[in-house]
Structure formats: structure tokens, C-alpha cells
Ligand binder design. Sequence first.
Ligand SMILES: C[S@@+](CC[C@H](N)C(=O)[O-])C[C@H]1O[C@@H](n2cnc3c(N)ncnc32)[C@H](O)[C@@H]1O
Length: 189
Amino acid sequence: MITIGKNAPRIGKVPSVVLINPKYPRNVGTIQRTCSCFDISQLWWTGKRVTLNPEKGERLPREERMRGYKDVTLLNYDKPLEQFPRGTTPVAIEVRPNCETLPTFVHPENPVYVFGPEDGSIPKQILRLCHRFVIVPTKHCLNLAMTVNVVLYDRMVKLGESFDISTVEDRAWKIPEDNVNKVDGLEIT
Ligand SMILES: C[S@@+](CC[C@H](N)C(=O)[O-])C[C@H]1O[C@@H](n2cnc3c(N)ncnc32)[C@H](O)[C@@H]1O
């Protein structure tokens, strides 16, 4: 059991993703999958709109609970940015004026990417804790899970050869031929 709190050792691992008060479990599930794909080991979120209390039978949607994503630890905690070590760079990904734009953004070495809720935006008290501010220059606001995808893909592309994809290849090789597109009998969609 992990103890999280102001007086316990910090457990945040970079790079990481933080969702502020997400509304839909489906998005959290999709983002867990995205984190696994891009080798992000922790997914944090705040608020109580998405809860995963096994005693109450609360779980992410079935299609997102597949074995491959267990390498991403899910952490529901209201002050996630306190949990990261010195030298971490919290990056607010938000639609707001005077931001850096993603295509020219140089990803910091120890990033924590912070995203707002589906029905709002990153609140001021969290923005104050962020060091960089990035907008994806799209015609309209993106879906939350899509934004996480785009940002992590952009990071992978810009890291180039230093992004280690061997784990991805290893995993692909482990899927038996008769089970292509399935894990634990569930279709990968
Ligand atoms: C669906 S949006 C929130 C809705 C939006 N505030 C509105 O007024 O419709 C959820 C989150 O996705 C991220 N997001 C969506 N589109 C974005 C974009 N083009 N650039 C940066 N962040 C974006 C932000 O973190 C945002 O808080």
C-alpha cells in the first residue's frame, strides 16, 4: 500500500500526466492506455468525479482494463504537484492566450503535463504552479484524451532516437499469432 501525503516521501515520477477533476471514467481509461503506449508510468487525477474504489465495485470501462496498461499506476490525489521532486517542470496544456504552441515547444527534461477537465479549464491556483504553458493550435478545442495523445506523441517525435521504443516492440512480439488484436480475450480497439 502506498501512503500519499504531505508528510510522506514524495512519490511522483517524471514524466507524468496530471488530469484536473476529469468528468468521464472513459477518458481516464483511454488516457491510461495512452500513458502506457508512451511509457508514462503514473497517471494522476484530482477530484471525486472519477473514483476507483474496488470495494464499491468502481472500475474503469471494461475495454480499457487490459493487462498491458497495468504498467501505469493510477493515483487519485488532490495535490499531485506537491508529490514531484525538485527540478520537475509542470507544463499546463490549455487553451489560453500567450502560450507557447506545441509545434515549436521544446519539451523539458522532467515534465509533468497538466490537463483541464472536459467541462472547464485548468483553475488559476493550478496554473500558478505551472512553469510552461502550451496550446495545441487547433481550429476547435480538442477532446481531453485526444489532447493527451497529441502531446505525448509530439514528445516522442521530438525525443527522436532517445525515445526507447524497445518495450513497445517487445510487447508486440508477445501477442500470440492467434490472439492478434486480443488481450485476455478482449478485442483491442
Ligand atoms: C475538452 S477541453 C475543455 C473544454 C473547454 N474549456 C471549452 O471551453 O470547451 C479539456 C482539456 O483539454 C485540453 N485541451 C483541449 N484542446 C486543447 C488545445 N487545443 N490546446 C491545449 N489544450 C487543449 C485542456 O487541458 C483542456 O482543459
